[in-house]
Design a protein around this ligand. Structure first.
Ligand SMILES: C[S@@+](CC[C@H](N)C(=O)[O-])C[C@H]1O[C@@H](n2cnc3c(N)ncnc32)[C@H](O)[C@@H]1O
Length: 252
């Protein structure tokens, strides 16, 4: 509980996260700019829960100046080590509920699959404080879409049955995090895409989830072994086409 509150649970799986979590498709960045009305080139962005920097680096590559905020020193160390150049990025160990920025200083506040780790009300009040007039907040989650493939539905259902902390589409109560009720939404958009990935990388991605980090080592290893055996039997070529969709919500 304390670890969850401090948001450091990901530090235990930072290497797997960095190696195997998917990037967001290009369309997400076009949609973010189009919906928010904020061009990414030259924008000042506070990327909250930046982790290993998947979103931070993509924003930097599109010309934004990004302040990456995350309580996980290990996660941030991957972010920093993966930068092709440090121009335009600063990384700070910090809490998204208490942003280390001046009032009205950001064009965008972004949450790449991180807002659900924050206090739902305090985080939004902080984002409002940080944004300049006309700025926008944006959150996105890169989600597997088990409705689109039976094998993926079976895979997620087994995870749900075997990992007590599992929280995902196979869970009866699972919904996208309710950020759309927390701020004035400009638009919600679903962006489908397909991830082609080898079985071992897919299993490394599995390892990087917080519900796996919460399992004892032996239990996590055994669970991964069972999934490996099932996937190898179903996909002898070793490559998976995983239906994905990004839930993007932009608000003011
Ligand atoms: C699922 S990762 C997302 C990383 C990255 N944004 C991405 O798109 O892949 C969630 C991140 O939120 C961070 N986090 C948890 N609690 C936080 C808090 N109170 N303030 C800021 N970040 C937090 C975690 O340390 C972790 O790096």
């Amino acid at each position: 509980m304390i670890e969850r509150a401090l948001g450091k649970v990901f530090d235990r799986v930072a290497e797997a996260y960095d190696a195997a979590r998917p990037h967001y498709p290009d369309e997400v960045y076009g949609a973010l700019s189009e919906i928010s009305g904020v061009p990414l080139a030259g924008a000042t962005v506070v990327d909250v829960g930046a982790g290993t920097g998947i979103l931070t680096r993509a924003l930097q590559a599109r010309g934004a100046r990004v302040l990456a905020v995350d309580p996980g020193a290990e996660m941030l160390s991957f972010l920093v080590s993966r930068l092709s150049g440090t121009a335009g990025v600063a990384a700070v160990i910090g809490d998204g509920n208490v942003l280390p920025v001046a009032d009205g200083s950001a064009d965008l506040v972004t949450y790449g699959q991180s807002w659900h780790w924050l206090d739902p009300a305090v985080s939004i009040a902080e984002a409002r404080r940080a944004l300049r007039p006309g700025g926008a907040m944006a959150a996105c989650w890169n989600l597997a879409d088990p409705r689109a493939a039976e094998w993926l539905a079976d895979y997620e259902a087994r995870l749900s049955a075997e990992a007590p902390g599992y929280w995902g589409p196979a869970h009866a109560q699972w919904r996208v995090p309710p950020i759309a009720t927390a701020f004035e939404v400009v638009e919600e958009r679903w962006i489908p895409w397909t991830r082609r990935i080898g079985i071992e990388e897919f299993l490394l991605d599995l390892r990087s989830h917080s519900y796996m980090a919460a399992l004892p080592d032996d239990a996590a290893r055994e669970l991964v072994g069972r999934r490996r055996a099932e996937l190898q039997a179903a996909f002898p070529g070793g490559i998976l086409s995983v239906p994905m969709r990004v839930y993007l919500v932009v608000g003011r």
